[in-house]
Design a protein around this ligand. Structure first.
Ligand SMILES: C[S@@+](CC[C@H](N)C(=O)[O-])C[C@H]1O[C@@H](n2cnc3c(N)ncnc32)[C@H](O)[C@@H]1O
Length: 325
């Protein structure tokens, strides 16, 4: 079930062919899932997924939805739910698979609704989604009829969730590579649209991340960057001394004007912020599909405008920019 044959078949037929041996090498060297303690359990869960016969899939609505020809019996529904729950925690979604609603921690559809109206049409484009998580947004991109969507993310659990969904929706033009951005070929300048959503603040060197993103884009290609920001003026950025909203690996939260300056400095033009909104408590929350703590537990119980550490509560902004060179 997990293999990259379809990805290689696709790129062999396009100008991405020149990087085929790079990807073969990286996947051969880095992809050793059996070294992950949970891999066998996740793989068993994947093999337990039932064959539901003829299905129709919809990618253009809040939940990625799969509908069987005939509704499932109560027993079959329970069996399907148990197999999917074995891939807990489900963070990015939602999905609705043959009557089983995967109510993920995040309403990732809300993010997509904030992004999609502001970007160039994705039809016929080659897209890269850096830090794609479970692949929820990749499936939403498929609704726009791109030429291909490549998602990269080193998380093996999220990759297994992607393959679980692919089991039902079939091979679309979406391909998941379990690698980090640092393992992409240098200076590719190949993609028409590159998404980096929820990644920048996890990078120790935000400028290097922006330059890496620019070098993945063809000249004139579009970057869609979504990240945490703070209220403030040009030049301001928050560097949390310890954790931020309980996350240990948060490095830089710029103000919107600072973010725009960083993008311009790193070779982007036509830079604009197209959305900026605080994260609502009902956008990120614990559910049956993600039973651990969530946003409510990361905020000051007496003042939800602050994180538990006393920093401004999460505000997320979307920036769109063009690769100038
Ligand atoms: C906050 S999540 C964002 C997921 C999704 N893009 C979204 O906006 O909902 C950040 C993702 O970046 C991934 N990630 C971490 N290091 C990465 C790297 N070096 N290259 C690419 N992705 C990475 C994580 O595994 C995680 O899935």
């Amino acid at each position: 079930m997990i293999n990259h044959d379809a990805f290689f078949d696709h790129i062999e037929r396009s100008y991405l062919k020149q990087w085929s041996s790079h990807f073969h090498q990286v996947l051969k060297n880095e992809f050793e899932p059996e070294k992950h303690g949970d891999f066998e359990r996740w793989n068993n869960a994947l093999t337990q997924l039932p064959n539901l016969g003829s299905l129709t899939s919809a990618f253009d609505q809040s939940a990625i939805t799969v509908t069987p020809e005939n509704p499932l019996s109560e027993d079959d529904l329970q069996e399907l739910k148990a197999a999917l729950l074995a891939l807990h925690p489900w963070r990015k979604g939602p999905f609705s698979i043959a009557g089983v609603d995967i109510d993920t921690e995040w309403r990732s559809d809300w993010k997509w609704d904030r992004v999609l109206p502001h970007i160039s049409p994705l039809k016929h484009r080659k897209i890269l989604d850096v830090g794609c998580g479970s692949g929820y947004h990749m499936w939403r991109m498929c609704a726009e009829e791109p030429s291909m969507v490549v998602g990269i993310d080193p998380s093996l659990l999220f990759m297994m969730q992607f393959y679980a969904i692919q089991h039902f929706v079939g091979q679309q033009s979406a391909y998941y590579l379990p690698i980090g951005i640092e393992q992409m070929p240098k200076n590719m300048r190949a993609f028409d649209s590159v998404f980096s959503m929820g990644v920048l603040y996890h990078r120790r060197s935000p400028m290097d991340h922006l330059i890496e993103l620019r070098e993945l884009l063809r000249q004139g290609g579009e970057l869609i960057l979504e990240t945490l920001v703070i209220e403030g003026g040009l030049g301001e950025a928050l560097v949390p001394s310890g954790r931020y909203a309980r996350m240990g690996n948060v490095w830089f939260l710029p103000s919107p004007d600072t973010m725009i300056l960083w993008l311009e400095k790193c070779g982007f033009k036509d830079v604009r912020m197209v959305d900026c909104a605080p994260t609502a408590l009902d956008e990120q929350r614990s559910t049956e599909w993600m039973t651990f703590q969530s946003l409510r537990d990361y905020l000051d119980p007496g003042d939800t405008s602050k994180t538990i550490e006393g920093y401004p509560a999460p505000i997320r902004a979307v920036f769109v920019a063009t690769a100038a060179k």
